[in-house]
Design a protein around this ligand. Sequence first.
Ligand SMILES: C[S@@+](CC[C@H](N)C(=O)[O-])C[C@H]1O[C@@H](n2cnc3c(N)ncnc32)[C@H](O)[C@@H]1O
Length: 277
Amino acid sequence: MKEGRVSQTALKVALGLVTLSIKDDWAERLPEGLVELSERLLVASGVTGYGPGMIRASKKQWMIRLYGVQEWILPGQFEGFGHRKIWVNEQVEAAMAEGARQVLIVGAGFDTLTQRLAPKHPEVTFFEVDHPATSAAKAKGLAEIGQPANLFQIAEDLGERALAKVLEEDARFDTSVRTVFVAEGLFQYLTDGEVRSTLKDAAQCAPAGSRFAFSHVEPGFSKWVEFLTGLIAERWRSAVASEKVPDYIDGTGWRIVSAPDDDPAHGAERYALAERQ
Ligand SMILES: C[S@@+](CC[C@H](N)C(=O)[O-])C[C@H]1O[C@@H](n2cnc3c(N)ncnc32)[C@H](O)[C@@H]1O
């Protein structure tokens, strides 16, 4: 990612969800409040090009047709964002219902999960870690639309400072508390080594029974994807087949507890849930 630049992919995911909400019955299927909060957050973050005019344009039918071009390169990816948001929301809700008292989103971007769930769960502490430029833009937005008291942002480039170090030195994060970690749409931007380090670091900072919900990209994405993601300086660097994920994460302290995800509706991505051993 370009130094000091707000993540373009994070902005695009949030805006894509706004457009998805006018397609078919997606407005009802997406987690409650997601679309309205995404719109307000994007505008309040003050990123050039993401003002009220862009939000209005994103809700026009022709915008759906524009995503048709993306579908040609990455089939299923447009609706895949919606499926991903629903799945992650379910995993976090389930983990909290079973005792998790911390939620930590790695590479949170302009995702609204913590803003939606934090006010409903004062007993849980929510954290978001992101690259400083993206984190700062989101902080600006949260300051305007309201930041729940139990939500904390941590601005760090995890390429510069390991997650374990960041969390162990942050007095607000309790390494003895059962935690649900989320890495949604993040691992493809890291190398295999960085993915494994992130998982190891999270395991080092959380007790048994903690969970890690993540998405990963299936191998075999086209040269077009490499070219286009390279163009916005957020190139895809890793991929792993669903059935190989248990071996891929072996030795990181986590064990896959979900069945291999073979659902093509998830676009180029697949989802996996791991539990701390
Ligand atoms: C594709 S976006 C996904 C955003 C969000 N998870 C979502 O699903 O809407 C990837 C996010 O990972 C963050 N990220 C990428 N590399 C990072 C790094 N080295 N340290 C911290 N955050 C990083 C980016 O800033 C961006 O917000």
